[in-house]
Design a protein around this ligand. Structure first.
Ligand SMILES: NC(=O)c1ccc[n+]([C@@H]2O[C@H](COP(=O)([O-])OP(=O)(O)OC[C@H]3O[C@@H](n4cnc5c(N)ncnc54)[C@H](O)[C@@H]3O)[C@@H](O)[C@H]2O)c1
Length: 477
């Protein structure tokens, strides 16, 4: 049972309500809604922030000692604000009535049915939210798109909200979130930029100024940029597309490195020192995961096709294709290097989260790679410091022999191979000599993130297979 630690009496709640300068609501208490609202509450103690969600377990978790989202530094700011000016509530209806500014941060997954299936964004949660706002509002409000949405979503939202009765008016703003999981607290506190898109009408500009006032409490004005609403909606999709494209670009070259004895780390360093290119996001690996990149890429592809831009759609689709190719290559390499059969062999997966410093496993390459290893009848032992609970949910129903062991040393004991899938810092400093001595020989390492000291592991006795670098093998030929 989750321990509830937030008790606010009715009288206290009324007193709290009276003393706050602004009343802000966020609909959607997920990876974005929770941390981004905690930061506003932390930086603006005179604003009251409430976060609601249709999922009661999520709200209970936000009100407990065990937050539903793992992010370094998040516990601290939630502890400082919760119950003072940050509240998590299940009462969506009354919160819509009471608040003047509403952020919408609900999920926008890929549509799995009907027209645009597997490509377009599924906007059903968005539309339901718009209808809820319309139904329960008793006064005019600013509604802010924080979810990532296809360009022109504000048009549909505007049409729904325009059917409000009487004098109630809604002004829609776009304020996409650029934070990254694993570094969310730092990204929210020191963002590269905050983008606010609005209609360029008198009321649109007034609403925009109100949102600027919130962020200006801790973010320099020169970093708060404004645009028309469509540019803002599109910029978020394009930012993710550019990031994903860099990952696929370096990964495509890693395949060429493996054929030519070039080393992808050396190539990335030489390329990244060109100031026109820059050195970020140039680490080769098993490809991107996470809830956003793939869905936003596919959504961009769908939008391009929808507007008849087939060549542009094909260009961006190739980024997703390379990501899948990279995972297939990695799996084929494991199979080939381990003599063409994994049946009955024990494979230890180090890292299941889609990246370090998060417990999030949505679209993690580890899901697909584990499933493929299990399909080859390998025994899979999964280790991760934060993501084992999610891993077990992701692999529920997958046939095969799978175990979950948090301690990497215990997980690796008796295994034939280590497969590194997440760039957790703790894997860089493991005692590989100790691990080697507990494994079946010949022992293999497949480093899907290029994070360990390959030469050192080779010297210990491992056969080491990095990405985009010459293999270090003790086998002749
Ligand atoms: N996760 C990220 O790193 C990230 C970063 C930037 C932008 N985004 C975007 O932000 C949006 C939210 O992402 P997330 O990762 O927080 O998703 P999430 O699934 O973690 O959270 C969304 C929450 O919204 C709730 N919800 C859905 N419909 C609702 C409704 N009608 N009323 C109340 N609650 C409702 C769900 O129960 C869920 O808890 C997405 O559009 C995503 O693309 C995500």
């Amino acid at each position: 049972m989750m321990k509830r630690i937030l008790i606010t009496s009715g009288a206290e709640a009324i007193k709290n309500k009276m003393k706050f300068k602004k009343k802000i609501l966020c609909i959607g208490a997920g990876y974005v809604g929770g941390p981004s609202m905690a930061m506003i509450a932390y930086k603006c103690p005179d604003y009251r922030i409430t976060v609601v969600d249709t999922n009661p377990d999520r709200i209970d978790a936000w009100n407990s000692a065990q937050l539903p989202v793992y992010e370094p530094g998040l516990d601290k700011i939630v502890k400082k604000t919760r119950g003072k000016n940050l509240f998590f509530s299940k009462d969506i209806e009354n919160q819509i009535k009471e608040n003047d500014i509403i952020f919408v941060s609900v999920n926008t997954p890929i549509k799995t049915y009907g027209a645009g299936a597997d490509m377009a964004a599924d906007l059903q949660y968005w539309e339901k939210t718009a209808r809820q706002i319309l139904k329960h509002s008793r006064s005019s409000k600013i509604v802010i798109e924080k979810s990532t949405l296809p360009v022109k979503t504000a048009l549909a939202m505007g049409k729904i909200l325009a059917s409000a009765k009487g004098k109630i008016k809604f002004e829609i703003l776009s304020n996409p979130e650029f934070m990254a999981e694993g570094t969310a607290v730092n990204d929210l506190e020191n963002p590269d930029r905050v983008l606010i898109g609005s209609h360029e009408t008198k009321s649109g500009l007034k609403a925009r100024a109100e949102l600027i006032e919130i962020y200006a409490r801790w973010i320099p004005l020169k970093k708060i940029i404004t645009s028309n609403i469509w540019s803002s909606e599109l910029s978020k999709l394009v930012a993710n597309a550019f990031l994903a494209q860099r990952v696929s670009s370096i990964n495509s070259i890693s395949a060429l490195c493996e054929k030519t004895d070039a080393d992808i780390t050396e190539v990335a360093k030489a390329v990244g020192m060109d100031s026109r290119i820059g050195d970020k996001f140039l680490n080769a690996g098993i490809g991107f995961g996470g809830s956003c990149f793939k869905k936003d890429m596919l959504n961009l592809v769908y939008l391009c096709s929808y507007y008849g831009l087939q060549e542009v759609a094909a260009y961006w689709k190739s980024v997703v294709n390379i990501n899948e190719y990279q995972q297939e290559r990695f799996i084929a390499n494991i199979l080939n290097r381990m003599f063409g059969t994994l049946a009955g062999k024990k494979i230890c997966i180090l890292g299941f989260a889609f990246k370090a410093n998060t417990g999030d496993t949505r679209e993690s390459p580890a899901i697909y790679i584990s499933q493929k290893l299990l399909a080859e009848h390998a025994q899979v032992i999964i280790s991760d410091p934060k993501a084992l609970k999610n891993a077990a949910i992701d692999l529920e129903g997958t046939k095969g022999n799978v175990k979950y062991i948090e301690d990497p040393y215990r997980a690796a004991a008796g295994c034939h191979a280590l497969v590194i899938l997440t760039d957790w810092d703790l894997y860089r400093t493991l005692d590989f000599r100790k691990i080697y001595s507990s494994m079946v020989k010949p022992a293999f390492i497949f480093d899907g993130r290029n994070i360990i000291d390959h030469k050192k592991c080779f010297a210990i006795g491992f056969n080491v297979y990095p990405i985009g670098k010459p293999a270090l093998s003790h086998f002749k030929n």
